[in-house]
Every structure is written in structure tokens, then in C-alpha cells.
Design a binder for this molecule. Structure first.
Ligand code: SF4
Length: 337
């Protein structure tokens, strides 16, 4: 059976207008896997420098599996959604132990790894091994939804979209086709679609979308972070965050909700310190909320701290390579030093 018009049109468009020089556009399954995980919640432009640093430091799955989670998180710091880094590290170890260091070639084997859903698995096997597997990432979903005039949400809608994704797959050139549907969504069929230049415009069912009722506003949250320091400010106390939740597993500063809670939090940590004047608040925007952080310096009184360094507590010296800390904490540390 011949490829359908949708696939033929996309492939022809991609040959002339698609992206062909992204640093992960090689058949190397390691690079494809790493890129697909990075791109799950990150734009191409933001992912490229991280991808470059990551592959320089961890050039293959064996190096990544042998690294400590702290080293992996340190390179991921600033990219967000840290569960991706933890899952990547855990998957690298499973690929070494379960698959003898060889990358699996089936969807089932990839989706059995932590953090790999069917669309990510489809993209990896299509790009790395030319397997005829569909994808339904945000870009492909938007293109298929509009092209086929599918509205609404829910499991049935998702099933229909997967069916269309499968039905359009060409017999060959699967890697080019997968990149083509991603690129059309990223470059043309964007949130505000550029239909006049779209190769699918003649047969697309899209008739426009109702404008959003109101612009999305992010809830505002507050936090106080304590720069507990000793040795005349040469070392700052860092605590490891719990593995789940925001900045999971990264190193961060002791924190509390409001300034009046600072003494209680210090007591909980066994710290006797001289609390200084709050510094200039720093605002950090997440996908779902904005966080305003007020930094507070706390000079440790000599021999007063019961917080001893261990796997979850660190006295970080200024000037030393930064451990895996979230971007706003890094900024606070840089301001402090
Ligand atoms: S014609 Fe417009 S809505 Fe349809 S696929 Fe192209 S860009 Fe998207």
C-alpha cells in the first residue's frame, strides 16, 4: 500500500523546510534517547546547550550509568523537571544490567524503563532503528487534532489521535517522517497556526479555535531561604531536597514560608546563628506558579551547629564547583559570594 497523502506531503515539506542540523540528529540511540527525554518539557533552543554539556561529560550509556546521581543532577540543574534526570540515570543502569549495555529496539522494552511513555519510546525507536512506531507528543497531537478536526479531551479522544498517528505512518523513511510531524507542529502548526504556509492546508479540517476566555495567570507563592554560613561566609549550608516534588533530589538552602518562621526553622536544624537583614527578593517562574524567594543571611555562632555533613547535609565552599542546585539557588549563592 502506498503512503497516504498526509505522509507524502509532510515528507516533501520536511525535505525543504524541516530541521536537519540539530545536534542529536544522528542514529546514535544514546543521543536520541537523551534528546527525547530533554525535549519532553523543554524547547529545542533551551535543550541544545544542556545536550552538548551532557554528552561531553557522559558520552555513552556506560559513563552515565557509572556516574553518581549528584553529578547527573548537577549537569541537569536549570533544565527543570528533575524527575527526568533521575529516571535517565536509573534507566542507564537498567540498560547496563538488564540489556548488557545494548539499547533495546522494541517499544515494549523502552516503555518498561522509568520515565519513558509510548510517544517518547516511539520517537527513539523510529529515529534510532527506523521502527514504524507512531508518536503523539505535543506537536504531533496538535497537528493531528487540527487536521482531523478532533475536539475535546479524554481517553477516547487520545485513542482516536493514536489511531490517526498510526494510520499516517509511511512504509519507509520513518525517521524523516517523525521529524517532519514534530517540525510542522513546532514551526508552522504552532499555538497560533500559520496556515497560509502550511503544506496540509488544502485538506486540513481546522476552522479556527475559540479565543481563550482569559489569559492564564500563575498563582504567586512565597518562600524564605536561609544562607546559613560559617568560616566568615566561606561555607554555606545546603540540604538535599526529598526525591519527589519540586527540585527533587537537588541541593538547596534551608527554607520556610515566612520571615517570622526563621527562628523556628533554625531551631529545628539545631542552628544557633545571628539572623541578618533580609536581602532583595528574587522571583522565579515555574510552569504552574511563580515563586518569590526572600534570602536571609544567618551567621553561624562558633561551635553551635548540630547539622553535620552527611549524604543530605553539605557545607558548600564558595568557589567550589556547584553541586546540583536549582537555578534560583545558584543565583542566590552567586549573589552571596
Ligand atoms: S493548515 Fe493550519 S491548522 Fe491545519 S495543519 Fe496546517 S497549520 Fe495546522
Amino acid at each position: 500500500m502506498a503512503d497516504d497523502a498526509f505522509a507524502r506531503t509532510l515528507l516533501a515539506w520536511h525535505a525543504r523546510h524541516g530541521r536537519h542540523d540539530l545536534p542529536w540528529q544522528t542514529p546514535d540511540p544514546y543521543k536520541r534517547w537523551l534528546a527525547e527525554v530533554m525535549l519532553q518539557q523543554t524547547t529545542v533552543a533551551a535543550a541544545i546547550p544542556y545536550f552538548t554539556r551532557f554528552t561531553e561529560r557522559f558520552p555513552d550509556v556506560a559513563t552515565l550509568a557509572a556516574a553518581s546521581l549528584d553529578d547527573v543532577l548537577a549537569l541537569w540543574a536549570g533544565l527543570g523537571y528533575y524527575a527526568r534526570a533521575r529516571n535517565l540515570h536509573a534507566s542507564a543502569r537498567l540498560i547496563m544490567t538488564r540489556h548488557g549495555g545494548a539499547f533495546p529496539r522494541t517499544l515494549a522494552a523502552w516503555t518498561a524503563l522509568p520515565g519513558i511513555g509510548p510517544s517518547t519510546a516511539g520517537a527513539i525507536v523510529a529515529f534510532a532503528f527506523g521502527v514504524r512506531a507512531p508518536i503523539l507528543d505535543a506537536n504531533a497531537r496538535r497537528v493531528l487534532r487540527r487536521f482531523h478536526g478532533i475536539e475535546g479531551q479524554g481517553t477516547l479522544v487520545t485513542q482516536r489521535l493514536w489511531e490517526h498517528a498510526r494510520a499516517h505512518l509511511p512504509r519507509t523513511r520513518i525517521a524523516a517522517y517523525t521529524q517532519a510531524i514534530m517540525d510542522l507542529g513546532a514551526l508552522v502548526c504552532r499555538a497560533r497556526p500559520n496556515c497560509p504556509v502550511c503544506p496540509l492546508a488544502a485538506t486540513c479540517a481546522f476552522e479556527g479555535e475559540a479565543p481563550a476566555v482569559s489569559a492564564r495567570t500563575r498563582p504567586e507563592r512565597q518562600a524564605v531561604m536561609m544562607l546559613v554560613h560559617r568560616r566568615r561566609g566561606r561555607e554555606v549550608l545546603l540540604l538535599r531536597r526529598p526525591p519527589k516534588g519540586i527540585w527533587g533530589g537537588l541541593w538547596s538552602l534551608p527554607e520556610c514560608a515566612v520571615l517570622s518562621d526563621v527562628p523556628t526553622r533554625l531551631t529545628e536544624l539545631g542552628i544557633d546563628g545571628l539572623v541578618g537583614a533580609p536581602g532583595t527578593p528574587l522571583r522565579h517562574v515555574f510552569t504552574h506558579f511563580a515563586l518569590t524567594i526572600t534570602p536571609v543571611p544567618v551567621a553561624l555562632r562558633p561551635r553551635s551547629c548540630r547539622a553535620r555533613a552527611n549524604g543530605d547535609i553539605m557545607w558548600h565552599p564558595g568557589g567550589a564547583p556547584a553541586p546540583g542546585v536549582p537555578a534560583p539557588v545558584k543565583r542566590l549563592l552567586n549573589q552571596f559570594w
